[in-house]
Design a protein around this ligand. Structure first.
Ligand SMILES: [Zn+2]
Length: 433
């Protein structure tokens, strides 16, 4: 009991910390909920001044996940009064976020009106940044990509990345002015870890300066919109969960290959970020005692064997040369011994990573993706078989590991979804404010 009380105390404390930090730095933990979860959405009247905005978001969330839906059903799901639902739906319609259409005719009489999301009511931009490249997308509220752009960065500094992000927002607004006006927020996904005390030790695999609180705040000021930071692996998990192989699952993990290696999680139907957006820094799990040295100060970290950076190092290729990726594909295609020797070592490490994620989190499936040629991932997955034995014998219809399927824009789309989510999703934090 004393231990329970202690844990309970610290849980509350963590909750207070979440409130103190501005929501731009820590987005609400809710994403689009699977339809079977919306029944759990309940409203709260703990604070009347905040209740309206919370109810607004709760109703929008029900429309997002259940629409087209009648106002009566919304009232039933949310436990709000019909009059409140009526008023808020009118406001949402006026603002262009939802539309009313006649429902199906059942029996005699006029059909009732049903409410559905107006996907073009709002847009968000998502960025996937690393030190060499920036991918930008603009998406509507259903995640449909209306504009995208990928470009190499002229240098690996945070100034260059910031400038390119600001220019991209400007270019998108200019390209589709009608849509640009309804741009509500920006999500930036970058490789962590963030908030490291040793910002002096800049590593090519992470981009912690871009994710620094001051930098995110300064970006928000310069683009004139809320900017939400997301770990690239978490954004990858969200992208694959919404649009790829994680669709329909509630417990899902992604192993994301960049220059380093990250893991992203959706647990219980919600992205899991950890306290500092650093959950899933699996690349720094030590798998080889006294192994290859890592910038983090340890030796034998997983990403020194399992990442695009490690492929380049093994083949003596330059990471910032676009021809390097082509060379990797060519070597894979002809099953060259040089790539085979990397695959032999990497597949052993992949087995360890899968075992670790499975025993820790018991996911429905693990997707493997990132800025890596498909042929390399396929070869790696093939070579990792047979995987280590799983502790659960329960049969599942999904493969234990599979290549990600939502394409090269996955991370940027995940970041765009986070920006919309930060703006609209009902957050439990609001219940106590
Ligand atoms: Zn490390």
């Amino acid at each position: 009991v004393p231990l329970f009380a202690l844990v309970n105390f610290f849980c509350q404390f963590d909750f207070i910390i979440m409130i103190v930090y501005p929501s731009v730095a820590e987005p609400g933990p809710y994403m689009t909920l699977p339809s079977d979860m919306t029944a759990d959405i309940r409203t709260s009247g703990t604070n009347l001044t905040k209740a309206k905005s919370h109810n607004f978001n709760v109703i929008l969330e029900v429309i997002r996940t259940r629409g087209p839906v009648s106002r009566t059903t919304i009232a039933d799901i949310t436990s709000l009064s019909r009059q409140t639902v009526q008023n808020i739906v009118s406001e949402l319609e006026e603002a262009g976020f939802v539309r009313l259409t006649p429902g199906e005719i059942r029996g005699r009489g006029h059909p009732g009106m049903e409410v559905s999301l107006n996907p073009e009511g709002a847009f968000s931009m998502g960025f996937h940044a690393d030190r060499h490249r920036l991918t930008a997308v603009a998406c509507d509220m259903e995640g449909v990509v209306v504009w995208s752009d990928t470009r190499a960065l002229a240098s690996d500094t945070v100034q260059t990345a910031n400038q390119t992000i600001i220019e991209s927002v400007f270019r998108f607004r200019k390209a589709i002015p009608a849509v640009g006006e309804r741009l509500l927020g920006v999500g930036v996904a970058a490789p962590g870890p963030f908030g490291s005390p040793s910002t002096e030790a800049i590593d090519f695999a992470s981009f912690q300066e871009l994710g620094a609180d001051e930098n995110v705040a300064s970006l928000a000021k310069q683009v004139g919109l809320p900017v939400v930071l997301e770990n690239d692996a978490t954004a990858a998990a969200i992208g694959e969960w919404l649009y790829g192989v994680g669709k329909g699952t509630s417990n899902f993990a992604v192993l994301h290959f960049g220059m380093g290696l990250g893991a992203g999680f959706v647990l219980g139907g919600m992205p899991y970020r950890g306290r500092h957006n650093n959950a899933g820094e699996i690349g720094h799990m030590v798998v080889v005692p006294d192994g290859k040295p890592c910038f983090c100060g340890n030796q034998g970290c997983l990403e020194r064997y399992l990442s695009l950076g490690s492929v380049f190092e093994h083949l003596d290729l330059r990471p910032n040369d676009p021809a390097s990726i082509e060379r990797v594909v060519m070597l894979c295609n002809r099953q060259d011994p040089a790539i085979a020797s990397w695959l032999d070592e990497a597949s052993v490490r992949l087995r360890q990573a899968v075992n670790f994620i499975e025993v820790l989190l018991d996911p429905d499936t693990i997707a493997i993706g990132g800025l890596v040629p498909d042929i390399l991932l396929d070869s790696l997955i093939e070579r990792a078989a047979p995987l280590l034995a799983r502790i659960t014998s329960a049969a599942t219809s999904l493969p234990r590991i599979q290549r990600g399927a939502s394409g090269p824009l996955t991370v940027a789309r995940g970041a765009a979804a986070v920006a919309i989510d930060a703006e609209f999703a009902p957050s439990p934090v609001r219940l106590v404010l």
